[in-house]
Write a protein that binds this ligand. Structure first.
Ligand code: BGC
Length: 305
């Protein structure tokens, strides 16, 4: 069931099944809350003011390109591009004032989904091509499905994801939450978290192929060897299983998530192409060709354990 409501002047919706209640809104096509079996498992702020001031991308749809692009530079079809830089001279999550703070157009689809659409013009934050981006949130039983779509009239790089934060056992730190990630390696990064081009083998520290608690704060890109993403998190009697047809997963334990949650107050698991992928040979880059329809899906399944 889909119900409309007003969130501090922004059009918002609740998608509800017997097990799940999920709220979303037009600002940033943001997921503002997930409740499973009566328990809050996804983080949201209480007010729009906090969304406008926040720097954690809480629950937002990310575009045009999730994660980082070194110096905001790349070459495509022989042309050099400089896109908006917003972190240490690099591009993070699409650059300044990107999709996460835009007002998307919303439409209810059937009785269990809401689709958000955004027109991102040619040259938006420096990216080539007129892109129509869309994200659809659907709640069926104990599963939340996100579908990312895109259509562009020129070749571009498109790497949409969701920046939802979870805490299955609040107010405990997410360092207490056991996670598993089906990766075969992690991306080596420099001091500004820009990939060097090297894929590191899993170590005792980064091997989450069997569920375990992280030994410290993580902000790592796990690469999944062509099988797509499968990850789980378990805490507070709830298990979440994420599956996505993306080649990488950023696991971020929210060290800098900020108030009111505090360090470790939530973790994000962001399915994506490789950060800075277009600048490294052999990396999955998120190239979207003109006229090609982009479609990726991430499902979050919840169960009691
Ligand atoms: C990145 C972090 C960054 C955070 C911003 C995450 O996707 O991996 O490095 O600090 O987004 O909230």
């Amino acid at each position: 069931m889909v119900t409309r409501f007003d969130f501090d002047g922004i059009q918002a919706y609740e998608l509800r099944s017997d097990a799940l209640a999920v709220t979303v809104m037009e600002y940033g096509a943001t997921l503002t809350g997930i409740t499973f079996a009566g328990k809050k498992v996804g983080l949201g702020y209480d007010t729009m003011e906090e969304y406008r001031k926040g720097t954690a991308y809480l629950g937002a749809a990310i575009g045009r390109f999730a994660n980082r692009i070194g110096k905001g530079r790349f070459t495509l079809n022989g042309r050099d591009y400089q896109v908006s830089v917003n972190e240490n001279g690099n591009t993070l999550h699409g650059g300044a004032a990107s999709y996460d703070v835009r007002l998307w157009h919303s439409e209810v689809i059937g009785d269990d989904a809401v689709k958000f659409t955004l027109h991102s013009p040619d040259g938006d934050n420096g990216f080539p091509g007129n892109l129509t981006a869309a994200v659809t949130y659907r709640v069926e039983g104990d599963t939340l499905t996100l579908m990312f779509e895109g259509d562009c009239d020129a070749d571009t790089f498109y790497n949409p994801t969701s920046h939802m934060y979870f805490n299955l056992d609040a107010p405990k730190s997410v360092l207490e939450t056991k996670v598993s990630i089906n990766a075969c390696g992690t991306l080596e990064v420099d001091g500004e978290l820009i990939p060097t081009g090297t894929v590191l083998p899993l170590t005792a520290d980064t091997d989450f192929t069997a569920p375990k608690k992280p030994a410290h704060y993580f902000d790592h890109c796990f690469v999944c060897g062509g099988d797509g993403v499968k990850a789980t998190a378990e805490g507070g009697g709830v298990k979440m299983t994420l599956t996505a047809d993306y080649p990488a997963l950023q696991y971020y334990t929210g060290e800098f998530i900020g108030a009111p949650f505090g360090a470790g107050g939530g973790f994000a698991m962001e399915p994506q192409f490789y950060p800075d992928g277009m600048n490294h040979e052999g990396f999955a880059s998120g190239l979207l060709k003109a006229g090609e329809h982009f479609r990726k899906t991430a499902t979050y399944h919840f169960e009691k354990v």
